[in-house]
Ligand binder design. Structure first.
Ligand code: NAD
Ligand code: MG
Ligand code: MG
Ligand code: MG
Ligand code: MG
Ligand code: MG
Length: 350
């Protein structure tokens, strides 16, 4: 074991490079379905680890030439799957069910292993593979572009690993071999289950990381501007500086952040934080968690997506129309280093 000292700091079961046999995945043909954020990173890292990879894409996909330019073999999803011993599904969660039933399942070898980077479709039963398939998860805890960049630098992004169905009896060995090939076990593999990964991932993004933080920022911005403060000043105080605070917590936890800020800010944190995030907020969090656990959230999301996403599109438009977005667009022009970023994301580049 390379990092025995780390084991004392966690109750989770961890895996490192020494726990995995790379030759296992090297003996398989791997189809990567989708070539977005995760897809490009998995395909290139596997290829560079000596694995036989084919990328499966829709005919006419704009990613087709991008993957070929990187020297990868590309085929239709049907052809890629038909040849594969391992199929990693890295298409968006909401298209996986139809993609699976129409293009993957009919072409899947009876003993092919199915891999995922998020448990959503398995956890909620949108994909229910037959008993002959291993069902494994290798989910990097970082964006695909970081997964690729770290691999090229000789490091890795930690991964979480799970096996939902071990048809071959080799599911864990195969999942760890895959995790090693994408560089994840250079950092660590953390053992989890499809259920734990899916429910905690949805809870985290809904209540804290995405939903919680955006609602907090918008409420703070509204409170200041409604009280007559300048929107530009309010923007700096409630949004721009968020990154500095989050970076400190990321480096050294809440304690390091509190050590770094002024005593005034630290005292205000203690006395006013709990006035804003009251015990009722935690009760609401429990309700959100219950909707995640019951499948009510998944059902609402997928039903809306199946109808063409009317609710999703309306909510997205409403979010884009919040006055903090207008203020931010103008202010960010003052920062030379962010000059092109707004344009990048509106053009949809990954
Ligand atoms: P993405 O949106 O970046 O890319 C998805 C790709 O799928 C597209 O680029 C396209 O090549 C392909 N695609 C789209 N529609 C398709 C269709 N109908 N048929 C075939 N191919 C299609 O997605 P992503 O963010 O890489 O997410 C992929 C999976 O990885 C998801 O399960 C996600 O939850 C998981 N994941 C993502 C991240 C992340 O940081 N983005 C991190 C961990 C896990
Ligand atoms: Mg997540
Ligand atoms: Mg998520
Ligand atoms: Mg300040
Ligand atoms: Mg301090
Ligand atoms: Mg998006």
């Amino acid at each position: 074991r390379h990092h025995p000292e780390r084991r004392r700091f966690t109750v989770a079961e961890l895996y490192y490079d020494d726990d995995a046999d790379l030759s296992l995945i090297q003996s398989k043909k791997v189809a990567i379905v989708g070539y977005g954020s995760q897809g490009h990173a998995h395909a290139l890292n596997l290829r560079d680890s000596g694995v036989d990879v084919v990328v499966g894409l829709r005919e006419g996909s704009s990613s087709w030439s991008k993957a070929e330019e990187q020297g990868l073999a590309v085929a239709t999803v049907a052809d890629a799957v038909a040849a594969a011993d391992v199929v990693m599904i890295l298409a968006p969660d909401q298209v996986q069910r139809t993609l699976y039933s129409e293009q993957i399942e009919p072409n899947l070898k009876p003993d092919a292993a199915l891999f995922f980077a998020h448990g959503f479709n398995i956890r909620y039963g949108y994909i229910a593979p037959s008993a002959g398939h291993d069902i494994c998860m290798v989910a990097p805890k970082g964006p695909g572009h970081t997964v690729r960049r770290e691999f090229e630098a000789g490091r890795g992004v930690p991964v979480i690993v799970a096996v939902e169905q071990d048809a071959s009896g080799q599911g864990w060995a195969l999942a760890l071999s895959y995790a090693k090939a994408i560089g994840g076990l250079r950092a660590a593999g953390i053992k989890t289950t499809f259920t734990e990964e899916t429910e905690t991932d949805l809870f985290g993004e809904q209540t804290v990381l995405c939903g919680g933080v955006t609602a907090l920022i918008q409420s703070g911005f509204e409170t200041l501007t409604e009280a007559g403060y300048q929107p530009e000043v309010a923007y700096f105080e409630v949004l721009h500086e968020m990154k500095l605070i989050v970076d400190l917590m990321w480096e050294g936890g809440i304690s390091k952040m509190r050590w770094s800020i002024s005593d005034t800010a630290e005292y205000g944190d203690y006395v006013s934080g709990p006035r804003v995030i009251t015990p009722e907020v935690k009760e609401r969090m429990k309700e959100v968690l219950a909707d995640i656990q019951s499948g009510a959230f998944a059902d609402r999301f997928i039903s809306d997506q199946d109808a063409g996403g009317p609710e999703f599109k309306e909510l997205r438009t409403r979010g884009e129309q919040h006055s903090i977005e207008t203020t931010g667009r103008e202010l960010r022009k003052l920062f030379a280093w962010t000059e092109t970023r707004d344009q990048d994301y509106t053009e949809g580049s990954v």
